[in-house]
Design a protein around this ligand. Structure first.
Ligand SMILES: Nc1nc2c(c(=O)[nH]1)N[C@H]1C(S)=C(S)[C@@H](COP(=O)(O)OP(=O)(O)OC[C@H]3O[C@@H](n4cnc5c(N)ncnc54)[C@H](O)[C@@H]3O)O[C@H]1N2
Ligand code: MOO
Length: 413
């Protein structure tokens, strides 16, 4: 990244493409099923057992031979001796002789020789002998082996993002682990001597650290394992010590603050000498950015601007795609959807503006209602929004009623 001239503003796409080109997907390994929820599968999971794995009863009742009960009907019951009881997982007869019945419970294996099940409701529930008032059809109330899944079937194919139903099936087929890439471990640091932890007292010139929570929550929502380290003061030595301490457990580091032109811009001061790139992006908010690789393991580090909305928008544009690439989740970049703008907005020339908005559906379709002003400190407006309207670099005015592209921030993709 060090080759990008610091004085030329990069487009959002240029910056993101350069980042993604330098990010490697993490190596997959067998993971316990619950760890794999929400991760893309790296293998085809193939059934090693059939489902059901044996013929079993769909009802509590009696296993019978159809030929023995075919004549049963109203006013002409059939009586059969009951030779035993088969409960699910409880053992019991595995063979049924002609002219007999065995009690059988839902899920229990049908004994060889039986071909139908008579539900309790069609009988007198006898223990020694049973009276059968109605005949099942041949095969009725039996769930045949392999009815659902055959040995060799692909249960879930590579690339599928594992959800509850996939995990249920994989477990039902007897697999305890699946190959998936691990969740990236993301370290989040906030810089700024003015910052205090929520819950502590404020001085006249201090503020609460919202950003580390904003970014850590966004990273966790993206699927990462997050270490929210919290606040580091504006001192390059302390910043580098804090970073060094964290690198051993990080796959990716995100910082906020200290990257613009100020006299105390700690992140830039500490990392520029290590070869981390700092420069401007044609995006508003989120112009000042830094990106590079640090430490022996060359961990990617995103140094996001400190203004809360800038930080969040930068995360969405640059960090989220990187986390997804590490996990192997595609698409890396959130797709935009079309919406109708409810009021006119203006945008600076030559910058891709990301306008906070509330997206919803009314009688005319999907709308995007801009929320609040442009200021990148307006975290109240950010929290009232669920979308960003993307105003292209060369557009300076968009009229009410025009179609725009929006990023729906709370949608899975
Ligand atoms: N002379 C210039 N000044 C600034 C420029 C510029 O181009 N020339 N760019 C502005 C833009 S745009 C942004 S964005 C900010 C980015 O500045 P930094 O990344 O150095 O961030 P800080 O100065 O540390 O903080 C900015 C702002 O955000 C508040 N902040 C910081 N961290 C947190 C946190 N964890 N939680 C809540 N709020 C936080 C901080 O107090 C400042 O108010 O630079 C402009 N300046
Ligand atoms: O780009 Mo700054 O991020 O406009 O506030």
């Amino acid at each position: 990244m060090a080759d990008a001239p610091p004085d030329r503003l990069l487009s959002v796409d240029e910056h993101r493409d350069r980042i993604l080109a330098s990010i490697r997907s993490l190596t997959d390994f067998p993971q316990p099923l619950m760890e794999a929820l929400g991760l893309p599968l790296v293998e085809d999971v193939v059934a090693e057992v059939a489902l059901p794995s044996f013929d079993n009863s769909a009802m509590d009742g009696y296993a019978v031979r159809h030929a023995d009960v075919a004549a049963a009907g109203e006013g002409s019951p059939v009586h059969l001796p009951v030779v035993g009881e088969i409960g699910a997982g409880q053992g019991g007869p595995t063979q049924l002789a002609p002219g007999t019945a065995a009690k059988i419970m839902t899920g229990a294996p049908v004994p060889a020789g039986a071909d139908s099940v008579v539900p309790y409701e069609w009988t007198d529930r006898g223990a020694e002998t049973v009276r059968i008032d109605r005949a099942p059809a041949p095969g009725q109330h039996i769930r045949p082996e392999g009815d659902d899944v055959a040995v060799g079937d692909v249960l879930v194919s590579a690339g599928t993002v594992l959800g509850p139903r996939h995990l249920g099936l994989i477990a039902a087929a007897g697999r305890a682990t699946v190959r998936a890439r691990p969740r990236p471990r993301v370290v989040v640091l906030s810089t700024g001597s003015e910052l205090r932890d929520p819950g502590s007292a404020l001085d006249a010139d201090s503020i609460y650290d919202g950003n580390s929570f904003l970014l850590a929550a966004a990273a966790r929502r993206a699927g990462a394992i997050v270490y929210r380290v919290g606040i580091v003061p504006d001192h390059p030595g302390e910043f580098l010590d804090a970073l060094e301490d964290q690198l051993s457990r990080a796959d990716l580091v995100v910082t906020s603050g200290g990257v613009s032109q100020g006299d105390f811009d700690v992140v830039k001061a500490a990392l520029a000498p290590l070869g981390v790139w700092f420069g401007g992006i044609r995006m508003q908010p989120g112009k000042p950015q830094g990106f590079g690789h640090v430490g022996e393991r060359q961990i990617p580090i995103f140094t996001l601007p400190g203004n809360p909305v800038s930080s969040y928008v930068s995360f969405e544009q640059f960090v989220l795609p990187a986390i997804r690439k590490m996990m192997g989740r595609t698409p890396y970049v959130r797709p935009t959807v079309a919406a109708r703008l409810t009021r006119a907005i203006s945008s600076p020339e030559g910058r891709r503006q990301m306008v906070r908005a509330e997206v919803g559906v009314d009688a005319s379709g999907v709308y995007a209602a801009p929320v609040g002003g442009h200021g990148s400190h307006l975290i109240g407006d950010l929290a009232s929004s669920n979308a960003l309207v993307v105003v292209p670099d060369d557009v300076t005015e968009v009229a009410a009623g025009e179609q725009v592209q929006v990023l729906r921030l709370d949608e899975e993709f």
